[in-house]
Design a protein around this ligand. Sequence first.
Ligand code: ADP
Ligand code: MG
Ligand code: ZN
Length: 633
Amino acid sequence: MQTGNNRKPLMYYWIGALLLFIILRFGLGPVLNNENTKEVSYSQFIEMVENKEVTEVQKEQYRTVFKAKKDGKEKNYEVGNWSDPDITQRLIDNKVKFGQVIDEPMSPFLSLLLTSIVPIGFILLMGYMMSRSLTKQLGKGGGDFMSFGKSKAKIYVKSKTGKTFKDVAGQEEAKESLDEIVDFLHYPQKYREIGAVCPKGVLLIGPPGTGKTLMAQAVAGEADVPFFSISGSEFVEMFVGLGASKVRDLFKQAKEKAPCIVFIDEIDAIGKKRDTSGFSGGNDEREQTLNQLLNEMDGFDATEGVVLLAATNRPEILDPALTRPGRFDRQIRVELPDLIGRKDILKVHAKDVKMGDNIDFEEIARMTAGTSGADLANIINEAALRAVREGRNRVAQEDLEESIEVVIAGQQKKNSVISDDQKKIIAYHEVGHALATAIQTNKKPVTKITIVPRTSGALGYTMSVDRDEKYIMTKQELFDEIVTLTGGRSAEELIFNTKTTGASNDIERATKIARAMVTQYGMEDDFDFVQLEQTHGRYLGGENRLIASTGTADKIDQKVMEIIKQAHYRAIEILKDNMDKLHEISDYLLKKETITGDEFMEILNRENSDVSNKEENTDVNLKDTNNESDKIE
Ligand code: ADP
Ligand code: MG
Ligand code: ZN
């Protein structure tokens, strides 16, 4: 590398010197000569000839140059041509050497050199230099022009990333899921014997800074296999077709190195939904790249030992074709850490820093609800910087507390830390949902409640799981669902005598269900067995269109409101009847931030242990995370 770099400038130097020489010699030459000649009038010239000062005369096409001796010094002169028939005789008389310069044409080789080869060479040189700097910008460290289409996926092996699962604090569920992949790569035959197929693709989904990239590196460290890592944005390049060829190249390399892991970070850069409208050209380049990726994913099967890992913090914009079974068939949620998670992350990062003796990590964790792992790592670092600034050699508690503000203030707007008051409302809201669910006898058991903000933008959520998958639902079940959805708002009203924006998603979903009961499922006697709404484009998101007259539409709205009001009333009743439980569980949730369904049921059943809902159901369906959440705007 070194010698190559040194040789280049030297070459440019020689080429530059050569060009300069040519220009000076042939281009500027006459100009320089002119500087030494003095122009005189023809009469002066005649006079000088007569005075015998002139020694030599040469006639050129447009002028005559001559040498003359004045005061003993010979100088060059020039004079314009004059039709003078006597001049020859006069020169002979005065013994002047004279003649005509034959304007010799430039040698053909020289003129060719000057008119074509030099300019062309110059242009080529410029082009080469530009292409070099382009290549450099596009693929850091990339080689020459010809390797443009090659993917610059870095190959990591165990020793290189140096990360293992030990570096990832919390995120137990995610780690467990990834651990299986690692195990598969270590002992593929164990899985083959039983006929199990490893997931082809694993998609890590979660907000920024929660450790998705870190976890992928940890997998590489644990698995001890080659690890190809590339960022989605690196595929989207300047020239059409290169993204696709990069994908092709990446998978070719991966198959050669199998068993191995291919990690595509920030996959949303290429995995965006393709344009379905067909009007605007869309981003052809990106679509080609995505299509190639889909192709490649279909083109290998996991028994070959290539596992595709990807990360995104915008799952909602991914093309559905990417997430369908057979492609990224396993999705792992990487959520913001809860209290214990935050404490663990603080501890992991505190290991690299000299800490004082009486550090209360739990206290810091309590003060940082809603922050990500990256924020926490940053807080530790800021604290260390502050300690140095203050001239101490250990980080003290107050450094940590102060740096929370520093780190949080920088991003106050975007994801601010949730204040204690807000946390309280969120806790009651969530327990309101959960209580409404649990009390209604034919409702699914609560499995998890949390007030840690979620990927979906929900501030908290109550996860519940069907014991059996349901294909049909009764009118009662749908109504109960609406009761559950109104439970959150009901708790806000009962306890704080207020309404918050936190229920907007609940409202949207409750309205959808109630409307469908009326217009699509024929569950209201007034409308009997009549379809009032049609669904269009079921697979493209779905959109309902009313097919009733305006008068009927009014009646529909009336009915929908009626159903929801009833459900809301029922939810308030349920909560009123269980006020002590509402307080008890909410307090507990506030303290722990995340509680399991078992803990919830245990508190609920403490005295009146007649509820038969208690269920060991830890097998959480991840898709429910989104369904059972509510958004705040
Ligand atoms: P993401 O890819 O999800 O945006 P990163 O993996 O880049 O986040 O995380 C950024 C940094 O935050 C990591 O390098 C690490 O220092 C810290 N971090 C995030 N989550 C954790 C965690 N669970 N345990 C330890 N450190 C973490
Ligand atoms: Mg990342
Ligand atoms: Zn809610």
